[in-house]
Write a protein that binds this ligand. Structure first.
Ligand code: MYA
Length: 243
């Protein structure tokens, strides 16, 4: 496999993550989807430990089920649908990052992490709410790992030939608190052939709550297309089974 053009890789993978979080030049559809996600995110957060009167809970469930009907799909979906075509046509790839489960402003599951890219350092800023709770008052360790995957996944783009996560090692140093602004730092440290090494840490003020090392392996960009095509084939197969 020939090395991807570094400039093209950065354009394709790194900056769209950052551009995706700007509020500039948004279509009315993207703006509305972000509003819906923000309302949904707040709803999910507020549901934790809700004080709604027990006698009203069934009525609330009825309302939510009715609302859910408006979003119902006839088949499983992928947020990457149409991405390859958009990339080829010079379309706005960043719109797809709106749906990322970690940074996506149009994804209610995303905390969301706000990403900044400096010359050598990626900084993620996030406040995890109650919905991410593991130990009392603290972030679930799986979400700590997921946050590292996203921030180190961004840092690896400094290699010029980004790839997929092959290995992620997390050291949990002290409990990571909920409801507190956290800083997640990520650095690209070195590249050996297709292997890209990164490291990072999570800071609560001056306290390091977790450290991580991530290994990424450069892949041929067409692998993303193959993954998308595999998804389409699975869905087509499921629909044929249902017919
Ligand atoms: C159209 C535009 C599209 C844009 C899309 C934007 C998408 C954004 C997506 C955001 C995504 C966000 C991020 C996500 O969430 S990525 C999601 C999580 N990651 C995955 O699902 C990856 C699954 N794994 C794989 O697909 C393959 O295993 C990969 C591709 C990683 C490597 O398989 P491949 O067959 O290619 O390579 P290889 O096996 O010959 O290995 C090569 C070298 O690497 C070394 N090695 C490998 N594994 C390990 C390991 N565990 N520990 C230590 N070393 C390991 C190996 O020894 C060898 O070294 P050496 O012997 O050469 O020294």
């Amino acid at each position: 496999m020939s090395d991807p053009d570094p400039q093209q890789s950065m354009e394709a993978l790194a900056s769209p993550r950052v551009r995706a979080q700007l509020d500039e030049d948004l279509s009315p559809r993207r703006l509305a989807l972000r509003r819906i996600a923000a309302a949904n995110r707040l709803l999910i957060e507020d549901m934790v430990g809700t004080q709604v009167d027990p006698g009203d809970l069934d009525a609330v469930a009825d309302e939510l089920e009715a609302l859910g009907e408006r979003f119902r799909h006839d088949r499983p979906r992928s947020t990457y649908e149409g991405m390859a075509e958009a990339a080829m046509a010079g379309g706005a790839i960043e719109a797809f990052f709106d749906h990322s489960p970690l940074i996506g402003l149009a994804n209610p599951l995303a905390p969301p992490i706000r990403i900044e890219m400096g010359e050598e350092l990626v900084t993620g800023r996030v406040t995890f709410g109650a919905v991410y709770e593991g130990p009392p008052g603290c972030v679930h360790g799986g979400f700590v790992a997921a946050a590292f995957d996203e921030v180190l996944g961004t840092a690896q783009t400094y290699s010029g030939a980004p790839g997929m996560t092959a290995r992620l090692k997390v050291d949990y140093r002290s409990p990571t608190p909920l409801h507190v602004p956290l800083v997640i730092e990520g650095r690209f440290t070195r590249r050996e052939g297709r292997k890209i090494f990164t490291e990072g840490r999570i800071l609560d003020g001056d306290t390091v709550t977790a450290e991580a090392e991530g290994l990424f392996v450069t892949i041929d960009p067409t692998k993303f297309r193959e993954l998308a095509e595999g998804f389409d084939r699975r869905i087509a197969g499921d629909q044929a089974d249902d017919a």
